[in-house]
Ligand binder design. Sequence first.
Ligand code: NAD
Length: 506
Amino acid sequence: MSELNVVAISNAKLPDDPFVARHLIDGAWKDSAEGETFERVSPSHGTVVTRAAQGNGADVDAAISAARKAYDAGAWRATTGKDRATLLLKVADLIDRERDRIALLETLESGKPISQARAEIEGAADIWRFAASLARTIHGESHNTLGNDFLGVVLKEPVGVVSIITPWNFPFLIVSQKLPFALAAGCTAVIKPSEMTPATTVILGELLIEAGCPAGVVNIVLGYGDPVGIAMTTDKRVDMVTFTGSTAVGKGIVKAASETLKKVSLELGGKNPQVLFPDADLDSAIDAIVFGVYFNAGECCNSGSRIIVHEDIAEEVVSRTVALSRDVPFGDPLDPSTKVGAIITPDHQKKIDTYVQQAANHGGDIRLGGAALDVPGLKGQFYQPTVISNVTGEMPIARDEVFGPVLSVLTFKTLDEAIALVNDADYGLSAGVWSENVHTCLEFARRAQAGTVWTNTWMDGFAELPFGGLKESGQGRELGKYGLDEFLEAKTVTMRIGKTRSPWVA
Ligand code: NAD
């Protein structure tokens, strides 16, 4: 594979011992009630990164009891916006201080490049600061037009106890898209990180304690979806579940939570298209295609995993994308020059390859890659940058979330045809358009069924801008002021003024 840019094992030093992760329950670090543990093996280096307590029903019960007690006692709920903001800002500073430690564990657990992990931790600190700014803005509304006898007031109150369940692909960022907003709103929380990536959420727990977060306000239970996640979504004492993960598990959570009618907010999968018109700035577009599909090894809800190209420029776009793909440094995630690291598990690597081989068997043309990648000196699993042209809308590789460094190329003739391909999807997370014509971009933005539309860019995100999906990509929004609203309920207070109420019974 000399024609690819492969980064062999670097001389970066690995930690001497695995990180030891325990549950955080009511302000104390705890082993599992039954003493069970599990290990996370690095997908790139094959070494044990983390040894974690493996939670069960008793651990979840204790964590929910602590969160419920802390909420009902009102210690956190009664704090001022100013006090909540002060805590969140302290946490942000501590995240900055611990950036390199968090980034190293994030890289070793997830396989993502260290440079990207550092950027992710920096971005997470920024979100904590943004949520702090929102903590001081919570207010409802008043209604002074209900007649002389009435004043109506709408209070914004915290939802209550929130279960936060996160995936492995951006563990620190995603918990930071939820927890600071929940805390800003006055909620208490029980968090379950993915079993693949428990360490960085545990470090966040340490930082919360150091910042002065009261006992029971934030609890962490480590372990698997079954039984930990299930208990967190079915327990009556939980008021809301906020989940990021696969659409299949998200649907199960909606069913599980329906028994007790919890509020549910979901950030799920995507099959995100970038559409290229003939007048696009191809230098920028092709760079964005390569970034969009290989970032985080394609293990990204926002992966730009399908491009829809006008047929007049299709061949040029494919050949230039293939050429640029060869330059992308794939390999040791601990080397600062690496842009694409390891695949999360051997099973996932197999799943990616199955999609690729199936596409090849059904007429897809593999223009680059299509196989595992050997990285000299490393034992983990890596996949080659892969570009498949001649893909049609009904092929599984064009419809399913492959979650690997695999690009499908489809073509169109007219804007209507492009929009039809974009919207012919179960998902509706994000979409992009490349054209120098503002009318084309705006028409696309209006007609694309997606929670986010990028015009002449891809995957830029800001704490100020809401993020979330349509259709089977989810419900609810994170970030922006909408991200705070998710954790608030409206309470109506109707007040009679003076002794003017006319008796119902004369
Ligand atoms: P997953 O659904 O397998 O697991 C997510 C979390 O849910 C993990 O913590 C897991 O232990 C837990 N879980 C599993 N079964 C459960 C159950 N029955 N009840 C409660 N919890 C359960 O997802 P994953 O493989 O960790 O993450 C990848 C998926 O996440 C992809 O589909 C990706 O698109 C999605 N994702 C979406 C966004 C977004 O913002 N839309 C962001 C990142 C990832």
